[in-house]
Design a protein. Structure first.
Length: 217
């Protein structure tokens, strides 16, 4: 199933024989490739969908894109080196997927939840030439993961859909509310929505980003 891609994955082929747009799914901390793949049958048939598994196994189950640690005062910090390494592997996986399945490398979208959302937004900001659309669910833009040269890059073609639960108990909604300002400063098109839920995707949230994505593929 994993073929030649660096990361374990599952896929749903497009109805197009070749040059199909690619959608890559990045799950959250403690989950796996099956989580977001449950969306796949409800998403546009034109999309070739690949759901990747994060490289770091957790106990007793699940995987992570990077470690989240706490100090004695319960202050949280991210393993930046692991996050950057995961982003490099994701890029390699996308390049190989486009080559292996004859996909349109100029029409690649990311859909990430929580930790996968954080990486999706960082990847697009750092490598805007690689991506077209970003669906970021229940995450935020982490400055530690961004390159210092991003203000010099061209973001005209990028488009972000961002959403968050107003009662999110895992990632505070205040963190997510900073996203529009950061995207505005970079000149990236976007919409930001909030829903009255915790750390999850409400049905109306799903239908909103599905419609948003359908118009852009």
């Amino acid at each position: 199933m994993a073929g030649t891609l660096p990361l374990f994955y599952i896929k749903r082929p497009s109805k197009r024989v070749k040059n199909a747009p690619l959608l890559v799914l990045l799950h959250g901390y403690g989950s796996d490739e099956n989580d977001l793949f449950s969306f796949s049958n409800e998403l546009p048939e034109e999309l070739f969908i690949i759901s990747l598994r994060a490289p770091h196994p957790l106990q007793p189950y699940g995987h992570a894109w990077y470690a989240i640690n706490f100090d004695a005062q319960q202050n949280k910090w991210n393993d930046v080196n692991q996050a950057k390494a995961s982003m490099e592997i994701i890029i390699k996986s996308i390049d190989l997927a486009c080559e292996t399945y004859d996909l349109n490398s100029k029409n690649v979208s990311l859909l990430g939840f929580s930790q996968g959302c954080i990486l999706s937004m960082a990847l697009a900001i750092n490598h805007p030439d690689k991506f077209k659309n970003i669906v970021g669910l229940s995450g935020y833009i982490c400055p530690e993961f961004l390159e210092k040269t991003n203000e010099q890059k061209d973001y005209n073609h990028l488009d972000f859909y961002c959403s968050h639960g107003s009662s999110d108990q895992v990632i505070p909604v205040e963190w997510a509310r900073k996203t529009p300002e950061i995207l505005n400063n970079l000149g990236i098109k976007h919409i930001y929505s909030e829903f009255p839920v915790g750390h999850g995707v409400a049905p109306q949230n799903f239908f909103e980003f599905k419609e948003w994505l359908q118009k852009r593929i």
